[in-house]
Design a protein around this ligand. Sequence first.
Ligand SMILES: [Zn+2]
Length: 99
Amino acid sequence: MILRPLFYLFLGIIVYCLTRLILKTLWMPRQETPAKPQAEELVQNPFCQTYIPKRSALRRNIDGRECFFCNQECYEGFLEKKGDLKDPTPDSPRVKKQS
Ligand SMILES: [Zn+2]
């Protein structure tokens, strides 16, 4: 019977795998490896269009909507831009800059 040694080999592999699996699950809680940041959610900065990790982003509420910015400068820049769009005054010094 040629299958018999193969069967034992197979059995051995299964036992080996099971033992490893059990040892692994037993050791896991002790090692306590922190979750990789790859699952981190990215948010887009509406001002500079940069994607930033949500956790480190600057969170601001704009018109009841939650917006994320990479820093205070971008937040202020966004507010400025938003103000310009909302209230386009022709006499704005920014428009007259060219003359
Ligand atoms: Zn930015």
